[in-house]
Design a protein around this ligand. Structure first.
Ligand code: ZN
Length: 551
């Protein structure tokens, strides 16, 4: 009897959980449309960091979300190659890379071997700033629409603006018809591109004339709290930080420089200051474009890039990352205060997420007794080619790695009369046998779905685009990374430290407070915002509306 009752209670609880998961968000019909959607991204913020310092948060920064908003604590990316561009392309389209076409930050054209950058478009240039051939200047490679595109089609008065320290962080959320502005490491300015406009509006020129980045020349990034507050994080100056080291306080700019230059403007990205600048530029955009001022809803997407640079350089476990998060928290509080004053608390909804999480550095995993390390891409390619040559008698059948996939030489296979599927399967077997690789699947398997249920298969299919991706997709084993000259830790795996990111929402008219523990996906954000804005979900969306109103 007891077990039966337990079972009944359990089923009731499960049913309730299922209902909560399917409860529709507050729609525009119930609550009215917000005048402004403030969409915030913290680049490279794993979910675990959001709760690690909860006792040290300001009263109204992240705490506004955690205490007075909706907090989805088990939110994940549903695909395997969790990198910046892929994440930013998913957030407001509700679609994963197999549909967006943004499979990585960069990849190689499978036919020509040419480098492709996610937001590269040589037909457009930065306004008033130098442009390199692979710089990000337009959403040309994004194959699907965003919720902002749907909104602007419904009412062209609606404005959609993307702002970020990184071009891809601004361009991809701005979609096909929004406007993107990004931080320029050559000048410390924010610039748009000729894809969007022939010249900057007056408010952008006025902002840049203020030379705001220069205020931080030789400024010191100091820890926000007394030393004891950081006992839970890894102390500064770890030997594995590399020759540049890493400790607070940190002076902005190369000591020998006597005036701000590109090295200084780049260094600001690895500090709280580029994020301060992004939020200042966002305030200028609100005033300059009159965002949230009329009854046609606007979207302001702001991707704060600094945390990702900090975590690549010193890791998410470091004191520097801990302190960077606390700085973000205080920035957020000040930004909320200004939004409350300019837009009005009842007129905007704020949503925050991240484009991916972060792995612990291999040194930290090893100290915890885990198998972890770094895999050389070129050596792996060499081992695959050695095996393929032994078996098929042709050298270099595997040409290169591209966006977590291996690309085979079709021309060579044709010349030697080799079957594509046979060679691909042999290459897959070599990759799958590598201790640092968790899974590998061939083009045919990914195309046909023949390995349904196999480890990471569904997530890897969602990262794989048949027109753009390579011939054998692979995913790294947990706690492994590819060798890198610039990063001591990274992201890009299907493991929870990379896929589990915050989804936080605040806006009393549309969001009821409380933690939501059910598993949800980042693809769910776009259809949710579409419902809040009273428009159709973006056409390629594969998400389900989040329960902003429940449980
Ligand atoms: Zn990122």
């Amino acid at each position: 009897m007891k077990s039966l009752r337990t079972l009944t209670l359990l089923s009731a609880a499960l049913l309730l959980a299922a209902c909560a998961n399917q409860a529709p968000p507050a729609t525009s019909a119930q609550a009215g449309k917000p005048k402004l959607v403030v969409f915030l991204v913290v680049d490279g913020l794993p979910q675990r960091q959001v709760t690690a310092y909860r006792d040290q948060l300001a009263p109204d920064g992240f705490a506004r979300f955690l205490d007075r908003g909706a907090w989805f604590s088990d939110a994940h990316y549903g695909y395997s190659f969790t990198v910046t561009a892929a994440g930013h392309a998913t957030m407001l389209t509700g679609a994963y890379p197999h549909r967006t076409g943004i499979i990585g930050n960069e990849w190689k054209d499978v036919n020509t071997g040419q480098d492709v950058y996610c937001t590269g478009d040589t037909s457009a240039t930065y306004i008033g700033n130098k442009t390199q051939p692979l710089d990000g200047t337009s959403p040309r490679n994004l194959k699907v629409e965003t919720v902002g595109d749907v909104l602007r089609r419904a009412d062209p008065r609606s404005k959609v603006i993307g702002i970020s320290g990184k071009d891809r962080g601004a361009i991809l959320p701005a979609g096909k018809t929004g406007t993107a502005y990004m931080y320029m490491t050559g000048t410390g300015e924010f610039a748009s591109t000729t894809h969007y406009m022939p010249a900057h509006p007056a408010w952008v020129n006025a902002f840049n004339a203020g030379k705001r980045a220069d205020r931080y020349f030789k400024a010191e990034w100091k820890p926000l709290l007394p030393d004891a507050a950081y006992a839970r994080s890894i102390p500064d100056s770890q030997p594995w930080y590399g020759p540049a080291g890493g400790k607070l306080p940190m002076t902005m700019g190369v000591p020998a420089d006597d005036k701000p230059g590109p090295a200084f403007y780049s260094a600001l990205l690895r500090s709280p200051y580029a994020d301060v600048l992004s939020l200042e530029f966002a305030r200028a955009a609100i005033a300059g474009e009159q965002l949230g001022a009329d009854d046609a809803p606007d979207i302001l997407a702001i991707s704060l890039s600094g945390h990702d640079y900090v975590n690549h350089r010193w890791s998410a476990e470091s004191r520097l990352s801990h302190d960077h998060f606390l700085h973000l928290d205080r920035m957020l509080e000040a930004f909320f205060r200004d939004l409350d004053a300019t837009i009005g608390r009842d007129n905007y909804i704020a949503v925050l997420t991240a484009d991916h999480g972060f792995m612990p550095p291999p040194e930290v995993s090893q100290s915890r007794g885990l198998t972890a390390g770094r895999l050389s891409g070129s050596q792996t390619l060499g081992r695959v080619n050695a095996e393929l040559e032994k078996r098929f008698g042709a050298p270099k059948l595997a040409q290169f790695l591209s966006a977590s996939a291996l690309v085979l030489d079709r021309k060579l296979m044709a010349e030697r009369g080799l079957q594509f599927d046979t060679v691909a399967e042999a290459a897959r077997a070599v990759l799958a046998a590598e201790p640092a690789i968790a899974a590998a699947y061939t083009r045919r398997e990914l195309e046909t779905g023949s390995r349904a249920g196999a480890p990471f298969f569904e997530a890897m299919r969602k990262s794989w685009n048949r027109d753009i991706s390579g011939d054998v997709q692979y995913a790294l084993a947990a706690n492994w990374m590819m060798t890198s000259s610039s990063s001591i830790a990274t992201h890009g795996s299907p493991h929870p430290y990379d896929t589990n990111v915050p989804i936080l929402a605040w806006g009393p008219r549309w969001v009821s407070p409380g933690q939501r523990a059910a598993r949800v996906e980042v693809a769910d954000i776009a259809p949710t915002l579409a419902a809040v804005l009273g428009v159709a979900p973006p056409s390629a969306s594969e998400g389900r509306p989040l329960p902003f109103r429940g449980p």
